[in-house]
Design a protein. Structure first.
Length: 220
């Protein structure tokens, strides 16, 4: 009986996945270009897993292995310590995916058109706010979701996928070498913290004092 129930809820999750497949290209037209990125939370303290860490719970339990080799899969994003708080869009873009996983709660994908091509940011363990669904245009810093309550496992997962949407864009982990139909880590994922840091909006120019108070003009 229990297995029937869990099969039923898995089927429900799959139905939701299909219902929220990527948005058609036509509704992406309103998105502003993504010139700059920011971190989705106000603080950015690492949780148990970084980019490329073995995919385990904090207590060491392995989440997934290759069926043949037994190799432990590697984490495609970064996990960040957080309480339940608002989550911001990392850059201008359009929500192109929303799925609900019974274990990991809500996952959201936002598609960004950058000067270097399409980038998709991945947010896991979040609940979108009312009015935010597939097709919603967002701007950098806009609050579109809240961290989901996972009890003692509550944290935020963020990943950066450097390319157009495909069947692996949702992956929170990938195998160290190709297995079970999945490509090897990192595939198109890049270090999310390094990516955001490299794409932050430059700080405003330094204020220059022109005389009058014995200050020399700053030569920049
Ligand atoms: Zn994670």
């Amino acid at each position: 009986m229990l297995s029937l129930v869990s099969k039923a809820s898995l089927a429900a999750a799959i139905v939701i996945t299909v219902a929220w497949s990527p948005a058609p290209a036509t509704i992406r037209a309103d998105a502003q270009p993504a010139d700059y990125f920011q971190f989705p939370l106000p603080s950015w303290d690492p949780h148990c897993l970084g980019f490329g860490s073995e995919w385990r719970y904090c207590n060491g339990t392995v989440l997934r292995r290759c069926s043949g080799s037994g190799a432990v899969w590697l984490h495609t994003g970064v996990d960040i310590k957080t309480e339940i708080q608002p989550v911001m869009a990392a850059a201008n873009g359009v929500i192109v995916g929303y799925i609900v996983d019974p274990t990991f709660r809500g996952g959201v994908l936002i598609r960004h058109e950058t000067p270097d091509g399409v980038v998709i940011t991945q947010y896991w363990h979040v609940w979108p706010r009312a009015g935010y669904s597939v097709g919603t245009v967002v701007t950098r810093g806009q609050v579109f979701a809240d961290i989901a309550d996972m009890g003692s496992r509550t944290h935020f997962h963020f990943a950066v996928f450097n390319g157009e949407y495909d069947s692996h864009t949702w992956n929170g982990a990938l195998p160290p070498a190709r297995c079970d139909g999945f490509p090897a880590f990192p595939y198109k994922f890049v270090d999310p913290t390094a990516f955001v840091q490299a794409h932050l909006e430059p700080a405003p120019p330094k204020v220059v004092h022109h005389g009058g108070h014995g200050l020399q003009e700053v030569d920049t």
